[in-house]
Design a protein around this ligand. Structure first.
Ligand SMILES: NC(=O)c1ccc[n+]([C@@H]2O[C@H](COP(=O)([O-])OP(=O)(O)OC[C@H]3O[C@@H](n4cnc5c(N)ncnc54)[C@H](OP(=O)(O)O)[C@@H]3O)[C@@H](O)[C@H]2O)c1
Length: 218
């Protein structure tokens, strides 16, 4: 959902290129989503990747997928779920890459802006049915890197969540993309720490003339 944004289309390209997953790009506007999906399909053809498909649909239609990735700004999350109806998320694996943050207007730094629940992922868990399995994933990979297909993504992706099977499935999805290293970050209670890494890496990029800073744990 929100698959037409800075992150969404590049993420869709990379996941389809793995050859292991079909992707539905979700949007409030199905036409906009179809347009983004056409871009992904052209990219797959250019790379002689014929095994997987990408289609565009409404955000509600994305709930037919086994894994739902929420690629929305945090302040649009509750209204999006309300519009769709939370029952559509029953028993689904739901991945949050959402990092609420604020920029200090005068100085060159960003800070996490955690909601009262402690993190966006924990707030998402509260908004969805108890049967939904929430995991974090892809939080700390910069948007620019997703679209540059000639570049390898050699970053760590910390996946946390309370359902071990769902977490394993999300880690397999992460491992299918370029050189991403999935790491088990433990339960969803850890998600606030993961979301806090992104404002740090953006601040490091700003103040040190770096581009697309990321993390690799070793
Ligand atoms: N940008 C980064 O480098 C980066 C890195 C890691 C994680 N993240 C996280 O990833 C998430 C998405 O980031 P992004 O930069 O891709 O966001 P974005 O481009 O600003 O927005 C993503 C999508 O959200 C949808 N949207 C916008 N306004 C909406 C509204 N009022 N109601 C419902 N949907 C709305 C739009 O889709 P439609 O118009 O098609 O509905 C838009 O394409 C954020 O939570 C961010 O914290 C970002």
């Amino acid at each position: 959902m929100g698959g037409t944004g800075n992150i969404g289309e590049g993420l869709a390209r990379r996941i389809c290129l793995s050859g292991k997953y079909d992707v539905i790009i979700g949007s409030r506007d199905a036409g906009k989503a179809r347009c983004a999906a056409d871009g992904v399909m052209s990219c797959l053809a250019e790379n002689s990747c014929t095994g997987t498909s990408c289609t565009g649909a409404t955000n509600a239609d994305v709930c037919d997928c086994d894994i739902i990735i929420m690629s929305l700004p945090f302040d649009k999350l509750a209204s999006t779920i309300e519009t769709i109806g939370k029952s559509a998320f029953e028993n689904k694996i739901v991945v949050s890459l959402i990092n609420p943050m604020i920029r200090n207007p005068k100085e060159r730094y960003f800070l996490p802006d955690h909601p009262v629940d402690g993190s966006a992922a924990l707030a998402l868990q509260k908004l969805l049915p108890v049967s939904a399995k929430i995991c974090t994933g892809f939080n700390n990979v910069a948007a620019g890197k997703w679209m540059e297909l000639n570049e390898e993504l050699d970053y760590s992706v910390v996946v946390c969540g309370d359902d071990l099977t769902a977490k394993r499935i999300v880690m397999d999805l992460v491992a299918s993309v370029s050189k991403l290293q999935p790491l088990d970050g433990g339960p969803l209670a850890i998600s606030g720490i993961i979301e806090s890494i992104t404002p740090l890496v953006i601040t490091l990029a700003l103040n040190n003339g770096l581009k697309d800073v990321g993390v690799y744990f070793r």
